[in-house]
Design a binder for this molecule. Structure first.
Ligand SMILES: Nc1ncnc2c1ncn2[C@@H]1O[C@H](COP(=O)(O)OP(=O)(O)O)[C@@H](O)[C@H]1O
Ligand SMILES: [Mg+2]
Length: 366
């Protein structure tokens, strides 16, 4: 039974700071995903929770205990690595039970725990095999089994599915989700893959260069990205981010235009700090663009991808900017055709001169 609390957590290697003051609360039982590009500090943060890296500054609590100087084995956490880290000469049974053996868990109890983990992970038939006789997905399941038998309060996963092929990643994702529902444990999961983050998380923490960019539910991040980084990182195909100029502002609307975008009045919750003439960014999700007869953004089709359920079309705009639209699967488009695309102003997102989102007028998504 443990939540976690991060208070201004920092990490430096020599005089290079790689985690720059993280504040975060995680509730007991939550599934939290740290997501961000390679090198942003995800593993470092996870390893500090596990006790595998010293915390340079700040306070880390697991439950109500400050754990900065607590030994890894006494933190109630278990970690699953991308590289599985199995012993090649041991059977699955012995790999799963290795930690229990080390801490001298009685044989009967050990056996019961190993079999229970094998049951949960549906690998009872694999217990006598060695790692070399397993597929990648099965090996990762053994690594997860080894974490389960320790009965931790907090599971830590560091890119556990990155070595698997796409189909297997999808099915393992579902298994990890099921595991979370069964075990009533807190799970913290690190990935660079935004789709994995969106599908698994109750709460996503987006990191860039050691700084938290935004914390929220998958839909909150998708619908209300806090800045240009999150806007570009979450969602596939990416949000279109077009440079526009502010033509007019009042308290609750900002009117923008460019050589690509006809003058458009966009409702906002507050236009504080925005001035006429500012160069800002208009964010439009590809799925929220639709063919319109007149008055939209005009572009020439560069490339069409017919996926069946939808058609992804890349457009070149007048200014040379590109735009991606996800249109219905039935859309018949060919290269070189000129088309006008419209959008609902309520779906448009604006980012100010410093890249921070201008508050959205209505927020139906939580
Ligand atoms: N032992 C180390 N010594 C020096 N720099 C390190 C060390 N480990 C990680 N780093 C640096 O810290 C940053 C964050 O690394 P990491 O947490 O592994 O990123 P991620 O897991 O998000 O890819 C990177 O810039 C990396 O080069
Ligand atoms: Mg990493």
């Amino acid at each position: 039974m443990a939540g976690l609390e991060f208070k201004d957590i920092r990490k430096s290697y020599g005089n290079v700071e790689v985690i720059k003051g993280v504040d975060l609360s995680i509730e007991h039982g939550e599934f939290v995903v740290f997501v961000g590009p390679s090198g942003c500090g995800k593993s470092t943060l996870l390893r500090m929770i596990a006790g595998l890296e010293d915390i340079t500054d700040g306070d880390l609590f697991i439950g109500d205990k400050r754990v900065n100087t607590v030994q890894p084995r006494d933190r109630g956490v278990a970690m699953v690595f991308q590289s599985y880290a199995l012993y090649p000469h041991m059977t699955v049974y012995d790999n799963v039970g290795f930690g229990l053996r080390l801490n001298k868990t009685p044989k009967d109890e050990r056996d019961a725990k190993i079999r229970e983990a094998a049951r949960i992970l549906q690998m009872e038939n694999l217990l006598d095999r060695r790692p070399a006789q397993l597929s990648g997905g099965q090996r990762q399941r053994v690594a997860i089994g080894r974490a389960i038998v320790r009965n931790p309060d907090v599971f830590l996963f560091d890119e556990p599915l990155s070595n698997l092929d796409a189909a297997l990643r999808g099915s393992m994702r579902m298994e990890i989700s099921k595991l979370h529902q069964q075990l009533d444990a807190t799970m913290i999961y690190v990935t660079h893959d935004q789709v994995e983050a969106m599908t698994l998380a109750d709460k996503i923490v987006v990191l860039n260069a050691g700084v938290v960019q935004q914390i929220g539910s998958p839909l909150e991040l998708y619908n209300y990205p806090a800045n240009l980084f999150v806007a570009g990182f979450i969602g596939s195909p990416q949000m279109n981010l077009l440079p526009v100029t502010v033509e007019a502002v009042d308290e609750r609307t900002v009117t923008v235009a460019s050589s690509d975008v006809p003058s458009t009045r966009i409702p906002v919750a507050s236009a504080r700090g925005i001035r006429g003439g500012d160069s800002i960014t208009l964010g439009l999700r590809p799925h929220l663009l639709a063919h319109s007869e007149v008055g939209g953004i005009t572009g020439k089709v560069l490339l069409v991808e017919h996926l069946g359920n939808e058609t992804i079309a890349n457009f070149a705009l007048n200014s040379g900017e590109q735009l991606v639209a996800a249109l219905p699967g039935s859309a018949e488009l060919s290269n070189g055709v000129t088309l006008s695309l419209g959008f609902d102003v309520a779906d448009a997102r604006l980012f100010g001169t410093d890249g921070t989102a201008i508050p959205v007028a209505d927020r139906p998504f939580r």
